[in-house]
Design a protein around this ligand. Structure first.
Ligand code: UT7
Length: 350
């Protein structure tokens, strides 16, 4: 019998599981240092490093869109899986910075991959977007709806940041980039689920905090989607109550990790690698401390990329794989927290 628990996919031992077939990434070539930011706004390398751990980030050049970064990351992942784009059954793109207001980035990415007539789903769950996308992809694969799913996190923040004193609290934190995974089923011939692949994904949200990290306009909720007044009042600028976001992030991510472990009767000792969403190195370190994990069991790369929201986990996962930090049989834990608030976790037996 499937053991149904609200909030994650039923753990049916006879059901096939999802595995990560490959990873890919793409970040823009242009490196932007903290010192460069200090030229255009009242900030300093010291403040940024101390508060966030960020040393540099990547920003796109003119004409480079999130779908371009996503397509490049996807091509790398497809190549590593030995697959062609036409082998995909479905495409999911997580982004908070879509190329355009509509249609979603998915269809632009699909077009750039040169494929037609597969469903393209856009996921709008900010820093938790990759985990939300993984939850959907995992469910589709488990039930047999799709065999090969491309899941991409792609963001271009730099064009929306306000690179001046008013925007300095967010402008120094965010970076551009994309990460991709190709997902597929592990066939289950024996009647028992293999002890590999995505064990479960756990996603949460609490909209009472929606305005604590948001971009208020353009807004269809207002009489005019975008007006001079919106711009003059700074409503197009990312607005964040940083301390409150920080406080919730360091509580919700460990909670979500414990939740996932409890479902599988696993303990913190079983985690071989934790990849936290790269929001702020201080947040990741607080999560690590709260879980009592040693440095070699937590992966961080925010120093080089800043916060790339939905792209941060797949970029980090790709680098983790490339650096040989994951071995077969390792228990990988992902966790994220961000705007919405949204948060979650996933356990993957590598
Ligand atoms: O994925 C989720 C996305 N976001 C996050 O996870 C962010 C969570 N929050 C944080 O990471 C931190 O709250 C920040 C890094 C954003 C800020 O660190 P903080 O220690 O909470 O600083 P603060 O917001 O309390 O600001 C301290 C001071 C303020 O000046 P006053 O009022 O004390 O005079 C700010 O105006 O730092 C000032 N400040 C800056 N100074 C230099 C804010 N931004 C900057 C800046 N450079 N870029």
């Amino acid at each position: 019998m499937a053991s149904f628990r609200r909030g994650f996919f039923p753990q049916d031992e006879r059901m096939r599981r999802t595995e990560v077939l490959s990873t890919g990434y793409r970040v823009p070539d242009r490196v932007v240092t903290n010192d460069e930011l200090a030229v255009v706004m009242d900030t300093s390398d010291e403040w940024i490093r101390q508060r966030s751990g960020i040393v540099e980030r990547r920003w796109v050049e003119s004409g480079e869109a999130g779908s371009d970064l996503g397509a490049a990351a996807a091509e790398m992942a497809l190549d590593r899986a030995g697959l062609a784009a036409r082998d995909l059954d479905c495409l999911i793109v997580a982004t908070l910075s879509p190329d355009h207001f509509f249609p979603g980035t998915g269809v632009f990415l699909q077009r750039k991959l040169g494929i037609a007539d597969i469903p393209c789903l856009d996921v709008r769950n900010q820093c938790s977007g990759f985990l939300y996308g993984l939850s959907v992809a995992d469910a589709w694969i488990r039930v047999g709806q799709y065999e090969r799913v491309l899941l991409v996190g792609a963001e271009v923040h730099s064009t929306g940041l306000h690179k001046n004193d008013e925007g300095r609290d967010t402008a120094v934190l965010f970076g551009d980039g994309a990460g991709a995974v190709v997902l597929g089923p592990i066939e289950n011939g024996s009647g028992a689920a293999p002890d590999r692949g995505v064990l479960s994904v756990h996603i949460h949200a609490d909209g009472t905090h929606a305005e604590k990290l948001w971009v208020e306009a353009p807004a269809s909720a207002y009489d005019t989607l975008i007006s001079h007044e919106h711009i003059d009042r700074g409503l197009t600028r990312p607005a964040m109550q940083g301390r409150d976001v920080f406080k919730h992030a360091v509580a919700r991510m460990p909670e979500a990790v414990h939740e996932a472990l409890a479902v599988h009767e696993l303990s913190l000792d079983d985690i071989d690698m934790l990849i936290p969403h790269q929001a702020n190195l201080r947040i990741s370190q607080a999560v690590q401390r709260s879980l009592g994990l040693s440095d070699d069991r937590v992966y961080n790369n925010i120093q080089r990329y800043g916060n790339t929201t939905a792209a941060s986990i797949p970029i980090a996962l790709h680098e983790c794989v490339e650096e040989g930090r994951l071995s077969e049989g390792d228990l990988l834990c992902l966790t994220a927290f961000g705007s919405g608030f949204t948060w979650g976790s996933a356990l993957i037996r590598w």
